[in-house]
Every structure is written in structure tokens, then in C-alpha cells.
Design a protein around this ligand. Structure first.
Ligand code: BTN
Length: 332
């Protein structure tokens, strides 16, 4: 109902009387008044005069009723441990595909490889529950789909050039603006659910972020509307979903990739691979060509883009030359 009241107030030029709202929405005037009070306490500035209500300003909060047609799917928290934990419980209890957990901040936000994901207010943090009818080997494609969706949305909405770093970072000017974490529960041959966690450095300040990270606010020199960005991103994800198993997804990822044709170092438990990233396969694995022409696949891991000097060091034969060349590595 609040979503509909906001919509009506935004669409009208001047004021809307309590009676008009009550007729429009089929609820009593008292009920209209109660919703208006609740909107005001959430931070909406609504002027009430003899002629009716007028919306003066809205807070940039990711409240469910700001996403009208998705309102019922959204679980909203002003602060939470991690949206991944909430979504996991919901998914295990049978929440349907398209359920979304949003938080304004997280106290235990987590990233890939057991890292912490710093989640102060101003960023965008959410987890989207997917139930794709695919084999678990193709689950990494969900990361590709999400990163393409984020990169496309930022480019279309804000006009910024975005690139993708395998497996699933979104970069602007070579620095990380968005991280994606996919957690899956599956049987041997069928995915039960994949929870897609997305964290975007939106209006976070550069001083709050780690090295090699950047926020949209830093790049643009102004705060962005987080709800507009999230609205566009959720629409984009829903549009990309049917393409999950299509070759077009891989083509899109390749077009946006900052990793392909670069010399990379991939660190997986017990192994370090160094070589040129030449392609991705249909499961989303990165294909790497070593100096000696050997070809390997990385299914997951930490990817470091190597700079020229580190690449040359690697041609000396020893991997250790590369591994110790911290200055030559460009990681995030
Ligand atoms: C990474 O780059 O390491 C992935 C970061 C993923 C962060 C998001 S924020 C929303 C969701 N909740 C979490 O705790 N993590 C993901």
C-alpha cells in the first residue's frame, strides 16, 4: 500500500487529498493517514495541508515499497549479519526463486574465499535466491550472469565504462566497484538453490574502502540514487536469467572481460597457475596457457592480473619470481 501511495504522490503535480487517496486505493482515510505517518517516520518528507498531501522528498533507502512489483519478494533489514545467512535459511525453508534479501548495512558481510566484505551504510548489499534447473557444474555461470548484469546496469544508468575480472568482480578504472558471491546447495546432479550475493560500493567513501577498490560516488564525484540503481539491476538480472545457459552469456562476458588476453596468476588451494588467460569454457572456467604452451583450466580461485614486468619475470622460468613480485601484481 505504501508503494501505491508513493506512486500516486509522485505522479500527481500538486497535492492529493486523503479522500482521493482513499478512493484511489480502496482503503479508509484513517488507513491512508496511518500509512502517511509510517512513511514520515521512515524519513519521507510529506507536507499535509488543507488541500491534501504533497511528497517533498524521499530518503535513499532500499525499502521494499520502493520496488513496487517486487515488494512481496523482498526481505528488508536496516542492519543484518549477512544477507547470505538470511537467504540461506529462507532458501532451505523453500523460499521461491526471486526472493530478495536487502540490507542497508551488514556487520558480518562476507566475500569470496572467506574474506570479510566491509558493508557500511551507503553501499548496496543484497542476496537473490535462484533455483535454476541446471547441473551443479554450470553453477559458476550464475556468477558470469550476475557480473554481466551489474556491468551493463552501471554502464546504461550512469554511463560508466565497466569491465569484468574473472571470476566475478566488476571493475571501473581497473578498481573493484562490485563483488559477487554465489553460494549453492545441490544434489550430485541438480542444483537446489544458488544464492547470489551482490555488494556494490555505491555511495561509500574511498576512505572506507580497501586499496584497489572504488565507489560509484568516487568516480562520479556525487552520490547516486541507490534505489534507482538497484531497481534497474533487479530488472536486468531478471532479463539475463533466461540467458543463463545460452552461448550469448559467454559472448557478453567476453566482450566485457578485463581478464582475457592478460597474464594472470590464479591461486587455488595447493596450486598456483600462471599464464595467459585465453578463454572461458561453457562452465565458466578460465582457460590459461602457460609459457610452455600447456593449457590448464581454473574452476575457481583468486585471480591476479599481472603487469608487464611480472609477466616478463615469469618467462625466466620460476613461478617464484612472479609470486614475489608484489609490485608487479594487480590484484583486488
Ligand atoms: C567478493 O568479491 O569477495 C564477494 C563479495 C560479496 C558481498 C555481498 S554483499 C551482499 C551479500 N552478503 C554478504 O555477506 N556478501 C554478499
Amino acid at each position: 500500500m505504501k508503494g501505491q501511495i508513493l506512486k500516486a504522490l509522485r505522479e500527481c503535480d500538486g497535492q492529493l487529498s486523503g479522500q482521493t487517496l482513499s478512493d484511489l486505493l480502496g482503503i479508509s482515510r484513517v488507513s491512508v493517514w496511518k500509512h502517511i505517518q509510517s512513511l514520515k517516520s521512515a524519513g519521507y518528507v510529506i507536507e499535509a495541508s488543507a488541500r491534501g498531501y504533497k511528497l517533498i522528498s524521499s530518503p535513499d533507502l532500499l525499502l521494499p515499497y520502493e520496488f513496487t512489483e517486487l515488494e512481496q519478494e523482498i526481505h528488508y533489514f536496516s542492519e543484518v549479519g549477512s544477507t547470505m545467512d538470511v537467504a540461506r535459511e529462507l532458501a532451505r525453508r523453500g523460499a521461491r526463486e526471486g526472493t530478495i534479501v536487502i540490507a542497508e548495512s551488514q556487520v558480518h558481510g562476507r566475500g569470496r574465499l572467506s574474506r570479510q566484505w566491509f558493508s557500511p551504510q551507503g553501499g548496496i548489499y543484497f542476496t537473490f535466491i535462484l533455483r535454476p534447473g541446471i547441473s551443479p557444474v554450470y553453477a559458476p555461470r550464475v556468477n558470469l550472469m550476475a557480473s554481466v548484469a551489474v556491468a551493463t546496469t552501471i554502464r546504461n544508468l550512469l554511463g560508466l565504462k565497466t569491465e569484468l575480472k574473472w571470476p566475478n568482480d566488476v571493475l571501473i578504472e581497473g578498481r573493484k566497484v562490485c563483488g559477487i558471491l554465489a553460494e549453492m546447495e545441490a544434489e550430485m546432479d541438480a542444483v537446489n538453490f544458488v544464492n547470489l550475493g551482490i555488494g556494490i560500493n555505491a555511495n561509500t567513501s574511498i576512505h572506507q574502502l580497501e586499496d584497489k577498490a572504488i565507489s560509484l560516488k568516487d568516480v562520479l564525484g556525487r552520490a547516486i540514487s541507490r534505489k534507482e540503481l538497484l531497481r534497474a539491476l533487479l530488472t536486468e538480472i531478471r532479463q539475463q536469467q533466461p540467458l543463463l545457459m545460452e552461448p550469448a552469456l559467454l559472448d557478453e562476458w567476453k566482450k566485457l572481460s578485463a581478464t582475457l588476453n592478460k597474464y594472470v596468476q590464479i591461486v587455488v588451494p595447493g596450486e598456483v597457475m600462471v599464464g595467459r588467460a585465453i578463454d572461458i569454457d561453457t562452465t565458466g572456467a578460465l582457460i590459461i596457457e602457460g609459457r610452455n604452451g600447456s593449457v590448464k583450466k581454473a574452476l575457481a580461485g583468486d585471480c591476479i592480473h599481472l603487469r608487464e614486468e611480472a609477466r616478463n619475470a615469469s618467462s625466466g622460468g620460476g613461478q617464484s619470481a612472479v609470486l614475489n613480485t608484489q609490485d608487479g601484481a594487480d590484484s583486488s
